[in-house]
Write a protein that binds this ligand. Structure first.
Ligand SMILES: CSC[C@@H](O)[C@@H](O)C(=O)COP(=O)(O)O
Length: 359
């Protein structure tokens, strides 16, 4: 599949001693690679959206906790694990909604706990192996979501997406964009509408950039234009990513997603949520249990380039995500297949398939 950068979204350097990310706050104007070594700068990069998107955050956290573990200078398991837990909890506090962050850290934590009889250097190298596997898995998962999503589409279709669930939000290919990249490679000739995605414009700055660079026919619209574009008959399907899916199929994604879902339902357009199983949180019963991150008011009162546009002192409400109720979701596309309502049944089946495949 075609990708836009030579560099991957998240990587370790050649010495496995620093996290390399492309600073997404600078895109599309500047392609700046950041080299992050200490925990504070990795935490900041996640919080400030220099690296963002649920799967990419998970991979960054996996590498981040490995780098933290590497620096722990203790000989006994208990002393090592105490400091490991502190670093784990610190990274986990960077952003609350995307479950991939805690999912990846839990996986790394299991590696430590399951190998307590090994030496600390051995545990450190197992952590490196696990972080690399989390990233490799993410790439495979995106490819499978691409294949599963493409089966739902026909050549020449018009698609709409919200926020950035693309290459920049994952290790490669994206989730919601994977069927688009794959379709492009196979001559489907899709036309994609990108919602700009206020307040931080991930759609305008990142998705429109990615898709255009990949040669996909792309049109940028303001968020409030989606219903109008749908009404004209230009959209045959909506594809979005997600940050956490609850066991009943309610799905949290970038603020504004539920508004797109409502419009899609009104115009009888299928609304698909692309979700790696790492983003499905079966411990979370419904969308009401999903913690929605509140972000600083300045993201709304100032434009991305720091130009104030709202009156000083105005009250601002700035939730970063919203929950689309399961009833508005036509299907959830995972790496193990497509789940249809009722999701409490179909998502369980997806996890059964996953367990079978892992046996
Ligand atoms: C494959 S990424 C899915 C989601 O993480 C994405 O759609 C999204 O909402 C990202 O939000 P962001 O605040 O930019 O991290």
């Amino acid at each position: 599949m075609a990708t836009i950068f030579d560099m991957e979204t998240v990587a370790l350097d050649d010495q496995d001693s620093a996290l390399l990310i492309i600073d997404q706050t600078q895109l599309p104007g500047r392609r700046e690679i950041l080299r992050l070594k200490d925990q504070k700068s990795i935490w900041d990069a996640i919080y400030l959206l220099k690296v963002r998107g649920a799967p990419a955050i998970g991979v960054a956290a996996a590498f981040g906790i490995y780098l933290a573990a590497k620096e722990i200078d203790e000989d006994t398991f208990d002393d090592f694990y105490k400091r490991f837990e502190e670093a784990r909890d610190y990274l986990d506090s960077a952003r609350p909604t995307a479950v991939n962050l805690s999912w990846a850290l839990r996986r790394m934590d299991s590696v430590v706990r399951e190998n307590r009889e090994k030496t600390v250097p051995e545990i450190k190298s197992l952590l490196l192996r696990e972080a690399n596997e989390i990233k490799a898995e993410d790439i495979r998962v995106c490819c499978s979501i691409g294949e599963n999503g493409l089966k739902l589409l026909k050549p020449g279709m018009g698609l709409l997406t919200h926020c950035n669930a693309g290459q920049l939000a994952t290790s490669k290919y994206g989730t919601a964009t994977a069927p688009m990249y794959l379709g492009q490679e196979r001559g489907y000739g899709f036309h994609v509408f990108c919602d700009e995605t206020r307040p931080l414009l991930q759609g305008a700055r990142l998705t429109a950039f990615e898709l255009q660079e990949a040669g996909i026919d792309t049109t940028l619209i303001c968020d409030n234009m989606a219903p109008s574009v749908m009404k004209q008959g230009w959209v045959d399907a909506v594809f979005v990513g997600c940050d956490r899916v609850a066991a009943n199929g309610d799905a949290a994604n970038k603020i504004g997603t539920s508004y797109v879902a409502l419009a899609a339902k009104h115009f009888h357009i299928p609304f698909y949520v692309c979700a790696p199983t790492s983003t499905i949180d079966m411990a979370c019963k419904t969308g009401a249990d999903i913690h929605i991150e509140l972000r600083p008011a300045e993201e709304v009162t100032e434009m991305w380039y720091e130009k104030r546009m709202a009156p000083e002192g105005v009250k601002v409400y700035n939730p970063s995500f919203d929950v689309t109720d399961a009833e508005f979701i036509t299907a959830i596309i995972t790496e193990y297949g497509v789940a249809y309502p009722p999701y409490d049944v179909s998502l369980k089946e997806i996890f059964e398939q996953k367990a079978k495949a892992e046996r």
